[in-house]
Design a protein around this ligand. Structure first.
Ligand code: GUN
Length: 306
């Protein structure tokens, strides 16, 4: 039976390690501060932002949320970011993605002070990651690395395959695995014979946003499978097909009206992988844990000598 990689347990460990550092900052100077910008009314983004603010409250961080309307311009958003760059009690700035299509997301991310870039999306921090220099790292990829390390899963010399090439997850995860000396392959929508490339993986990271698409034939027996997908299913027939008419899952779907599944087929992963992350409860909690860690780190650097 495959080992379940428990994201909640690792999140709790990381929170416990952050608490004394936060206490030290609070007693010697002030609480670390995070500003979150949530544009428009994307319901999924609103849930993510709510969870980030809740985590700040749980740990005693100061947070403020800015909610410009979907009609905001690139210039207005960049002005808001620059005001937060100057704000002395804000250590971290997060612009929740995606932004509306008329906004130039690259220009907005470029406006974030790299020292407050707790998402690690600014090109300076991306360059630091590419060249192996210290710097703020994207949260989901660093959460994946924490999950692997804290479950003692070896990375050096292993074959790692990352499915998905987004700037937020796929590319930085691949770079971080490379930095840990894995042999890394990045796959995407144009990859030929995806299943056979995935079957080479000792560590497989699925981050392409297609529900349960990575089935048993993509998995090397005993592989470690990291599922970054969060797909909300609204079709009962699809839930029945994926979970092979499992009565408990169908009852959960009927109760909630939707069901969350990852990019990896959950039953196939349990059957064939050596270890895998569940959805929910795998990678998700770690994204927030690493955001908190980045905010504390940014605050410690900014408040040195306070
Ligand atoms: N949208 C999806 N994931 C993320 C993330 O990690 N950070 C931000 N800012 N937006 C996201």
């Amino acid at each position: 039976m495959a080992q379940v990689l428990d994201g909640l347990r690792v999140r709790n460990e990381i929170f416990a390690e952050l608490r004394p550092r936060i206490e030290q900052l609070r007693s010697s100077c002030r609480a670390p501060g995070l500003a979150v910008i949530l544009v428009g009314d994307n319901p999924a983004s609103a849930i993510y932002v709510r969870n980030k603010v809740k985590a700040c409250e749980e740990l005693g961080l100061y947070s403020e949320t800015h909610t410009p309307p979907a009609s905001v311009t690139t210039e207005e958003l960049s002005d808001l970011v620059q005001a937060l760059n100057r704000h002395p009690e804000i250590d971290g700035i997060l612009v929740q993605m995606p932004l509306p299509p008329h906004v130039d997301a690259r220009a907005v991310l470029l406006a974030v002070d790299p020292d407050k870039d707790v998402d690690g999306f600014h090109p300076l921090n991306v360059g630091r990651l590419v060249t192996g220099r210290p710097g703020l790292r994207p949260c989901t990829p660093s959460g994946i690395l924490e999950l692997l390390k804290r479950h003692s899963i070896p990375i050096a010399g292993r074959e790692a395959v990352v499915v998905g090439r987004s700037d937020i997850v796929g590319k930085p995860t691949a770079l971080m695995l490379l930095q840990e000396h894995a042999t890394v392959t990045i796959c995407h929508s144009r990859t030929r014979d995806l299943a056979s490339v995935c079957r080479r993986a000792d560590i497989l990271v699925a981050a392409m946003g297609r529900p349960a698409a990575i089935t048993g034939e993509f998995l090397k027996p005993g592989a470690t499978v990291i599922d970054v997908g969060t797909n909300r299913l609204h079709d009962r027939a699809e839930v029945a097909a994926i979970f092979r008419n499992d009565a408990a899952k169908l009852a959960e779907f009927d109760r909630k009206g939707a069901l969350l599944v990852g990019d990896v087929h959950p039953l196939d992963a349990a059957e064939k992988a050596g270890a895998y992350t569940p959805v929910p409860g795998g990678v998700g909690p770690l994204t927030i844990a690493m955001l908190m860690a980045n905010t504390v780190e940014a605050a410690e650097r900014r408040l040195r000598g306070c």
